[in-house]
Design a protein around this ligand. Sequence first.
Ligand code: 13P
Length: 284
Amino acid sequence: MELVNPCRMLQDARKGGYAIGAFNVHNLETLRAVAEAAREAGAPVIIQATPGTVKYAGADFLMAMAQTAARRVNVPIALHLDHSSDLDTIKACIAAGFTSVMFDGSKLPWEENIALTRQVVAMAREKGVAVEAELGRIGGREEELQVASKEASYTDPGEAVAFVAATGIDSLAIAIGTAHGVYKGEPQLDLDRLAAIAARVEIPLVLHGASGVPDEAIKQCIQRGICKINIATDLKLAMAAALRETLAANPEENDPRRYLTPAVNRVKEVALTKMYLFGAAGRA
Ligand code: 13P
């Protein structure tokens, strides 16, 4: 199968009351782990990369790896650019063949966020690429993107309606109390706010910062309308822990295929567990 635009899988998920896992990958190993998990679960999946990863690996390399993965497995895979506030990076990823992009103008004043988001939507439409945008500010740290808790702000339902209508985006990332990175305490989610947004916004809603959120809270978010769930940190933690264990137990090991394999398996296991938790397994 070729890479797909994720709109259809997200709309199906919203109608069906489940969520698609969107997993941040960094290299061949993590990308293959996520694609393998999707194949094993029979789940549609979104593979995503931050601008930092695009800088590290190259949009063309990421595209070639994702394309190959999509052709090898018979479940729908979309390739998404996560959290970009830079139009040139977005342009380059669309040109490379990404099937979805996120424009993050959440730190901009309202009018400017709308104007730039519209520009991205116009650019993406020409190539049949989907656009996600963010309203409200999700706290925490994701690579170069850092939002202090005092700068974080929740999404207002009325503003969400107006923003979607003014921009023509395909999915909306909302801020309801999750944060990127590792949580210090248990996150307190504003589920009433989520329900109020979902009652008024028809397009798919996206939950960022979902690593470390308890399973029960994730299920409640899906019940209230979340249909794309972003996971980065949980995969990073799994990979790093497995690598540390393997190298500590085998200090002489120097073959990347041998010390990376347990790490890849651990990443795959985490992705697989999330796909079942989100209800996406068997939906391909
Ligand atoms: P976590 O790192 O908390 O999983 O967040 C991922 C994310 O939202 C990517 O945009």
